[in-house]
Design a protein around this ligand. Structure first.
Ligand code: NAD
Ligand code: DAU
Length: 335
């Protein structure tokens, strides 16, 4: 199979390409990535000389380039996005361009060449679960996005759904929860806190740390995408989440401190994120219909993640400086 991956030098895209080549070594991948601040060109150097891998630096908004690449493939797996909620609060404009118009550009080209489209989306499109409830998002949960990031992702999902209904595009969507694991940018919670602990810095916990997330080890997510690509029903959406369900940030951070052998004195409570959501995902549809379920527990996933960041400090040292500069500017803005 010849596959176009968008955003393959970001966190999940990198993990997915490594996973795919390990399990489908005869497939051919074209990786289209703009190399934004979130990409790391060194992530996939192992494939540089492979005849089955081609990297193209470019923008998913470039209609001519997208048309040319789409004409060569049978499947597109669309990861490329502006992905950080805090950056979308700082400046939403790029989120509309990349996440909405970029997806629309890809959809048009996929339709033209009858290419199967898999859209990577997020549980954030569903809004927020009440703090004291045991509810979970599922495929039938109405969309109710809170941040400019999730509004842009929700819009992209709606375009995918509209292309399925109106034009019979051969497409599927996955809405997954918070991924964690190797190659995640140090702007995000776990890499930020692991690297802060390594550097002897404080851990800035938003609000009282009571918001919850549903943590999904990235390799489990890659297996879920594979299941949907190979066995999923065209036109369907699948929700993907972790084994434990909603975990409060403060509980996750205490687990992290334990894994890293540190006490809680480095925790520092800071101003809350505006419109701070809570997430937990019911993944029974993908389990019942496609036989997928997560393998990693939060304990095994956290240990693997900590080990990777401790052993690969050169990978995050440079990008961390930029991430912390961003946070300084954001807190000065007092959004
Ligand atoms: P990321 O920010 O780590 O990587 C995004 C990648 O897309 C980068 O390599 C970047 O250079 C590329 N990119 C950005 N704009 C582009 C453009 N205009 N043209 C081409 N390439 C562009 O993101 P991630 O965490 O790997 O997320 C990947 C996808 O998964 C996103 O669509 C995101 O919404 C979704 N998602 C992420 C999570 C998570 O926890 N990380 C959870 C649910 C869904
Ligand atoms: O739910 C899926 C989403 O998960 C994806 O769609 C997004 O692309 C991805 O970035 C992630 O979004 P979050 O906003 O949940 O991730 P983030 O790592 O920014 O924050 C996780 C939680 O930790 C959130 O409740 C905010 C909190 N937090 C985050 C940072 C960076 C802190 O308390 N302190 C911090 O410094």
């Amino acid at each position: 199979m010849k596959i176009l991956i968008t955003g393959g030098l970001g966190f999940i895209g990198t993990n997915f390409i490594k996973y795919w080549f390990k399990n489908h070594p005869n497939d051919h991948i074209i990786n289209l990535d703009k190399l934004t601040y979130a990409a790391n060109p060194k992530n996939l150097t192992e494939f540089e000389n492979s005849p089955n891998y081609q990297f193209v630096k470019g923008d998913i908004l470039d209609e001519v380039l997208v048309d040319q690449l789409m004409s060569q493939v049978e499947l597109v797996v669309h990861f490329a996005a502006e992905s950080h909620v805090d950056r979308s609060i700082g400046d939403p404009s790029l989120f509309v361009k990349t996440n909405v118009l970029g997806t629309y550009t890809l959809l048009n080209a996929a339709l033209k060449y009858n290419v199967r489209f898999h859209h990577i989306s997020t549980d954030e499109v569903f809004g927020s679960i009440a703090i004291d409830s045991q509810d979970q998002f599922s495929e039938s949960t109405p969309y109710d996005p809170s941040s400019p990031y999730s509004a842009a992702k929700a819009s992209s999902d709606h375009f995918v759904r509209a292309f399925i209904k109106t034009f019979k595009l051969q497409a599927t969507i996955t809405n997954c929860s918070n991924n964690y694991g190797p190659y995640q940018h140090p702007e995000k919670l776990l890499p930020r806190f692991i690297s802060n602990i390594v550097d002897g810095k404080k851990l800035p916990v938003y609000g009282q740390g009571l918001n919850f997330r549903d943590w999904l080890y990235v390799e489990d997510h890659c297996r879920a995408i594979e299941a949907v690509i190979l066995k999923g029903k065209i036109g369907e959406t699948y929700c993907v989440g972790g084994l434990k369900g909603g975990t409060r940030n403060i509980d996750l951070i205490k687990m992290l401190l334990k894994v890293m052998g540190k006490d809680e004195s480095c925790i520092e409570y800071v101003a809350d994120r505006p419109a701070h959501d809570n997430y937990s995902v019911n993944w029974s549809k993908i389990k019942n219909e496609l036989g997928w379920e997560p393998i990693y527990t939060l304990e095994t996933g956290l240990q693997a993640t900590v080990d990777w960041y401790v052993q690969n400090q050169e990978w995050w040292k440079e990008t961390k400086k930029e991430a912390e500069e961003f946070y300084k500017i954001l807190s000065a803005k007092k959004v």
